[in-house]
Design a protein around this ligand. Structure first.
Ligand SMILES: *Cc1c(COP(=O)(O)O)cnc(C)c1O
Length: 421
């Protein structure tokens, strides 16, 4: 079977599976507020629900499906690797893992990589690495990690603590000690925290930030701020950790978000787009802070042959097909189109911002209109979008999105606005 024959076409009514959301809700924990559609097929930037309705997917998994859905290169990689070997323990050498790590090392400032299964898990690894470095190299007994207000780092206990948004922490205390929050893009807040949190056995060991805040409302990092921060970290020995889980792997139009800022981190993490939609996370370090020894950290599934072979296929496809050029061009097209819509609704839309294909459209905080209202209206127009907080509509399509597809999404946003205002 050639890979192309596996790409689904628009399903016929007979092929669609009836779906019962009541029985779903009886069996699945209610951790998500779900939109009332059940998706069962995809091809490229399109997905179909169980009633055969077609949507243009500007959510892309949730910034995960780098190459869209059922991409022939991924289908081929999945099939080939599954027939060969899909999982073995990290107690043995895994050649596919080595090949993926080598690709990442050759295409970033990293010297070494540890693989896990998700963004939160990669960030947990970064926190552990920074703490061990603090204890064993910086000689800090109680290391403190600075993170930003409105940040998002995951849903495990340590990463909700790192996340500077109280709504994710409520009712889950006691939280993990050793975190302190500062405003994003505010260098004097960092300087103050580093000097004031130096008391007894307590000292700032690391700063962990997103180069562009994703979930917190698509807020790009300020270049001057990050360059000053890099200098402060160099002078004080404080580690600079970047959470590249959402913005990395080409989504920003550069391979890594830090390239936008002109500074390199000491430690950084990746996940969402890395495997094109298969669960994989990665923690990257530089040699001087690579303090993990055998037994310090591990993951049962992390870096198995299956996910690594697929992720390497995604990485090589990005490079070979010059996908980053498409990300930049489509991103400019999208922002220009959204700004044209914003100019028609100056009372409702207050900002359009982003890098490459991670973009946000912010709504006026003083009116009732919410991001969910727009997302629901866009669903009615056949386009999937996702909020980033209550007032920002996020656009994170597959990186292979075409000019015509961006125009279709823009038309849906224009119609959604017209239907709501
Ligand atoms: C999504 C996200 C995470 C969490 O990733 P999971 O795979 O859901 O654990 C962490 N950091 C950032 C910046 C993210 O966008």
């Amino acid at each position: 079977m050639s890979p192309e024959t596996l790409v689904p076409q628009h399903p016929t009514a007979a092929e669609s599976t009836p779906f019962d959301s009541d029985s779903f809700n009886q069996a699945v924990m209610s951790t998500y507020g779900r939109f009332p559609i059940a998706l069962e097929r995809g091809a490229g930037c399109r997905v179909w629900d169980t009633q055969g309705r077609e949507y243009l997917d500007f959510v892309a998994g949730i910034a995960t499906c780098t190459l869209g859905h059922a991409h022939p290169a991924m289908v081929e990689a999945v099939t080939r690797q599954m027939q060969k070997l899909h999982h073995v323990s990290n107690l043995y050498y895994i050649p596919e893992q080595g090949a993926l790590a080598k690709w990442i090392v050759e295409h970033s400032c990293a010297d070494r990589v540890f693989f896990c299964n998700s963004g939160a898990e990669a960030n947990e690894g970064a926190i552990k690495l920074a703490r061990k470095y603090a204890h064993t190299v910086l000689d800090i007994e109680h290391p403190i990690i600075l993170t930003a207000h409105a940040s998002f780092h995951g849903r495990t206990l340590a990463t909700i603590t790192a996340t500077g948004q109280p709504k994710y922490q409520k009712n889950f205390d006691p939280l993990v000690p050793g975190f302190y929050y500062v405003p994003y893009n505010d260098i004097s807040a960092i300087e103050t925290a580093i000097s004031e949190l130096d008391e007894g056995d307590y000292r700032v060991a690391a700063v962990m930030l997103e180069p562009l805040q994703g979930e917190g409302g698509v807020r790009p990092g300020d270049i001057e701020y990050f360059q000053k921060l890099r200098k402060i970290c160099d002078e004080t020995g404080v580690l600079l950790i970047f959470d590249e889980v959402q913005v990395g792997m080409g989504r920003s139009g550069k391979l890594w978000g830090y390239e936008y800022l002109g500074v390199e981190p000491d430690i950084f993490t990746s996940a969402k787009g890395l495997g094109g939609g298969v669960p994989i996370g990665a923690l990257m370090s530089k040699k001087f802070c690579d303090v993990f020894q055998p037994g310090d950290h591990a993951s049962t599934f992390g870096g198995n042959p299956f996910v690594c072979a697929i992720a390497l296929t995604v990485c090589e496809f990005l490079e070979k097909e010059r996908i980053l050029e498409n990300v930049q061009a489509r991103g400019e097209q999208l922002r220009a189109g959204l700004r044209a819509i914003a100019s028609q609704y100056p009372q409702q839309i207050t900002d359009v911002r982003g890098w490459g294909l991670i973009n946000g459209m912010e709504l006026n905080a003083d009116i009732p209109l919410t991001a969910s209202d727009i997302v629901n209206a866009a669903i009615n127009q056949g386009v999937l979008l996702v909020p980033a907080g209550p007032k920002v509509v996020r656009f994170v399509p597959p990186l292979i999105v075409t000019e015509a597809e961006v125009n279709q999404a823009l038309q849906a946003v224009a119609q959604a606005m017209a239907s709501l205002v």
